[in-house]
Design a protein around this ligand. Sequence first.
Ligand code: R5P
Length: 293
Amino acid sequence: MNIVSGPASKELAKSVSDSIGCRNVSVVLKVFPDGESYVRLEGDVLGEDVVIIQTTCPSMQDSKLFQLAFMVDAAKRAGACKVTAIVPYLAYSRQDKLFLSGEGISAETVVNMLDAVGVDNLVTVNIHSEQVLSKFSLPVKSVSAISLLADYFVAKGYKGAYALAPDKGALYIVEEAQQVLGGGVGYLNKVRDLYTGQVMQSGEGLNVKGETVIIFDDIISTGGTIVGATKILKDLGVKHVFVACVHPLLIGDAAKRMLDAGVEEIIGTDSVPGPYSKVSLSPLISKHLKGAI
Ligand code: R5P
């Protein structure tokens, strides 16, 4: 097996190849003055199974997506056998159904595009909604990084912390975290206006006074959901608030807004490389490639 280091996930890909002891193929990336990307694989993949690791997080997620498509095409033209794309953050995965008439299903378009260029298998991490996996045109697997995030807090001495989901949709996430943390579990009520994007949250029935609470979510974008959740928790008398997410997009001043609201620490994974990406996906991806999950 050969691991191709996509330009957006170079360090992660290197760590995965080191961990499973297979060849790492580097990639030359050039961006032309007009913004178009050029990629070239620096290694022979003739007759090889190839795994391309490339996240498609902001910024420039469209360019990262096209770079991925170009790497897949390059590998197939160079005679690779099976091509697996590992895309830790799959751009557009939140538009996975029709919310309003006149929309498209962007997640399906992305997967169809990767299918068309020759991806045989697609692996991602905590896709926004697992229910859509079976609807895609090629085999897509979503592996979960939640226990790695929970492990981080156990290592810091927070075994027994309360795992809170910012909405009911993320309840399955906190139930996974609870397996590791062993504390309480619950969720806030959240309703988002589909036209304005405005969010209404409430914490009725939550008994978290004096607790250490870790809010778990798949994605943090503007941080608005977490700021609202933190305010509710503070009003309910919690002792400490921490935040863990798989995909820390953290657009603009999202991190500052959360810290100003009273969050003591924010952690995420390197699906989105950055200052808060304290948990690497390397063990999870390596385990998957070894066939252990
Ligand atoms: C929504 O269902 C997601 O799980 C996240 O809660 C949402 O994407 C977070 O967005 P923001 O950080 O902009 O509130």
